[in-house]
Design a protein around this ligand. Structure first.
Ligand SMILES: Nc1ncnc2c1ncn2[C@@H]1O[C@H](COP(=O)(O)OP(=O)(O)OP(=O)(O)O)[C@@H](O)[C@H]1O
Length: 265
């Protein structure tokens, strides 16, 4: 990871749900203006970690800081302007129109009981256009396909215009062209100075990030640059050597090994 300002940091985080411990002593400083992918097997604790980073689940030990200040010390509205969230399988009011869903992203910017301003409408429109969802603006969310819905929820997160964007499986249900669009979008946000943190199962997409954090069993096993061989070895190991990382036309790709390692010649 390149040295620099830290946007969000997990410092010695342990967390669980009810009495079940899930995360164990995770320290993960996330550099500002970079994109970090969090990867690992099912049940590794990726979504739980993202929720703790977002302040949606309290840590039992340790603390999360946002721009150097403990998360719980931020006034809720200010914090919501600083950090946008796209959750996994998010419930959203299905009878709201697409435009109204995108406008929900502007709530932290609005005064108490104030209607959305012209600036809020402009931000919601820009976000819906970025995810190519503007044409559906008058349709109820509940009438959209899985991928269309995901693009609207992504627009809601983009409409916040936050410097930090946390996304849990943002590519769920997206077809390949829209996955490519998401990649370009993230790259352009990062070029503008945003910090992006995404939980991804698509390892070849995760390897397009600047940095990769590898989790298993609620512990951080590795955190390093996506292009470094140590990161590739950590990924191959955490997935039991069932994938191999290759460089194809200057891009790192994770491909399944067609035989279990013990069967390989
Ligand atoms: N509400 C809950 N109550 C109890 N245990 C939970 C709850 N949510 C998650 N867990 C457990 O916490 C562990 C980590 O779950 P988490 O969703 O963070 O994993 P993940 O790495 O995001 O997994 P996946 O790749 O399958 O989405 C899992 O063992 C899961 O069963």
């Amino acid at each position: 990871m390149a040295p620099g300002k830290i946007a969000v940091s997990a410092d010695g985080i342990s967390a669980g749900i009810e009495k079940r411990p899930i995360l164990h002593s995770i320290t993960l400083p996330l550099a500002a203006g970079r994109w970090t992918s969090i990867v690992g097997p099912n049940g590794a604790g990726k979504s739980t970690l993202l929720k703790v980073l977002a302040g949606l689940l309290p840590a039992q030990r340790g603390q999360v800081t946002l721009a150097g200040r403990a998360l719980q010390e931020w006034p809720a509205r200010e914090r919501a302007c600083q950090m946008a969230w796209l959750g996994q399988n998010e419930a959203a009011a299905d009878d709201l129109t697409v435009l109204d869903v995108a406008l929900l992203g502007r709530l932290p910017h609005q005064g108490w009981l104030q209607p959305p301003s012209a600036a809020d409408h402009a931000a919601a429109e820009a976000a819906l256009r970025q995810t190519q969802a503007w044409d559906w603006r008058e349709r109820p969310l509940g009438q959209l396909s899985g991928g269309e819905r995901q693009r609207v929820l992504l627009a809601r997160a983009l409409a916040v215009n936050a410097p930090v964007l946390l996304m849990d499986e943002p590519l769920a249900n997206l077809d390949p062209p829209h996955q490519a669009d998401w990649l370009l979008l993230v790259r352009s946000l990062v070029a503008q100075g945003c910090t992006v943190v995404s939980v991804l199962h698509e390892l070849s997409m995760a390897l397009q990030a600047d940095d990769v954090a590898v989790l298993a069993g609620g512990r951080l096993l590795h955190h390093g640059a996506a292009r470094h061989s140590a990161t590739h070895r950590a990924l191959e190991a955490v997935f039991d050597q069932r994938i191999a990382i290759h460089c194809v036309q200057d891009q790192w790709l994770a491909l399944p090994r067609m035989h279990a390692p013990e069967l390989a010649l």
